[in-house]
Write a protein that binds this ligand. Structure first.
Ligand code: FES
Length: 352
């Protein structure tokens, strides 16, 4: 509907036009209603061919959206999950994710763009003032609505036909389950993968910088050494996942300065091995204060006391840093005596 189709009485009172004399301007009122500016017609309001062009453009956008939606469904059923493609300039990406994102994005964008173009070029753009008025219905209207509702309920036999009513409730309650089923696509459950790391009994501690097995004499008092389990290689496809759980910090503290007996027993000659993964939200810890034996997580400043079982002494972390039990093997190298006794990293893992 163009602005010409709007009944004269619905048009706003506009300054400068024939209605401007109606604008109330009490003498001396500094906040008098200034009225609306003169209405300017768009090309589509006065040129039928321009209006037709806009109509075709809107229809085209909606058609493109339909095609994109069909493309989305076709991609979902036809593209293998593990197919990788190169897309400039993003690089290598999952073909399925890329196709789903692209088609859904185009479908939604075209609906939005079509609606905006329709509203801006073809729908009426006349500003109409709607004065406020009480919204409560008159008592007789309320009574009539109530009577109509009761009559409708009576005629539909909603109360009497219990079989229909109950099955309808059942159908409405079950239909959201189809959405729940789709959650299956979020992937297989992690099982115990988050609870176990690559450490096991007899695995030597490998210096992450030199990639050599660590001997006790390589770890000096006051130094901080990072280690990983024997057998892990950076080129392994799951290296990042495994090192994110297995990364170790090795420190050496004078045994007399170790406050906790278990901490002392789980190390060897003052050499202690702790998880490097912060128990708050999993940042790698790397700042060691050798005088106090505190380590600081750079993300949110959680601070742990390595001389006291990795206890949290400051910050948001909720758990001590897990300690790995180690010993010196027959060949003189440091080795693990098993996996961590508790899950490493953020605390929610142990609640899963
Ligand atoms: S991740 Fe370490 S303090 Fe937040």
């Amino acid at each position: 509907m163009s602005s010409q189709d709007i009944p004269e009485e619905n048009l706003p009172h506009v300054q400068g036009d024939t209605h401007s004399s109606d604008v109330t301007k009490p003498a001396g009122d500094p906040f008098a209603d200034p009225g609306l500016p003169p209405h300017e017609h768009r090309k589509q309001d006065i040129d039928e061919r321009a209006a037709s062009r806009s109509e075709r453009m809107v229809a085209l956008l909606f058609l493109v959206s339909m095609v994109a939606t069909v493309g989305f469904i076709a991609s979902y059923v036809s593209i293998p999950v593990d197919k990788i493609v190169y897309v400039f300039p993003i690089g290598h990406v999952s073909a399925l994710n890329f196709a789903l994102g692209l088609t859904l994005g185009v479908a939604l964008f075209c609906i939005g763009a079509g609606a905006v173009h329709w509203a801006r070029t073809l729908m009426s753009d006349v500003e109409v003032a709607d004065e406020r008025h009480p919204i409560e219905a008159a008592p007789e209207v309320k009574a009539k609505v109530l009577a109509d509702f009761k009559q409708g309920a009576e005629e539909s036999a909603f109360g009497r036909r219990k079989l229909i009513r109950n099955t309808m409730f059942g159908a409405l309650a079950l239909v959201p389950l189809s959405g729940v089923v789709l959650l299956r696509d979020l992937g297989p459950l992690p099982g115990t993968k988050l609870r176990k790391t690559a450490w096991s009994e007899g695995k030597m501690l490998i210096n992450q910088n030199t990639l050599q097995p660590l001997r006790p004499e390589d770890v000096q008092v006051g130094s901080l050494t990072f280690a990983m389990p024997e057998g892990m290689k950076e080129e392994d496809h799951d290296f990042q996942q495994e090192i994110a759980k297995a990364a170790l910090m090795i420190v050496r503290i004078q045994p007399a300065n170790i406050k906790d007996k278990k901490t002392l027993d789980w190390g060897t000659d003052g050499i202690l091995a702790y998880s490097k993964i912060c128990t708050h939200v999993g940042c790698p810890i790397s700042l060691y204060e050798q005088q106090t034996h505190h380590v600081l997580c750079p993300c949110h400043q959680s601070t742990f006391d390595l001389s006291d079982g990795g206890r949290v002494i400051f910050g948001p972390a909720g758990h001590a840093l897990p300690q790995l039990r180690i010993k010196v093997n027959d060949k003189g190298y440091l080795e693990a005596m098993g996996d961590f006794a508790e899950p490493v990293g953020p605390a929610f893992w142990e609640r899963g």
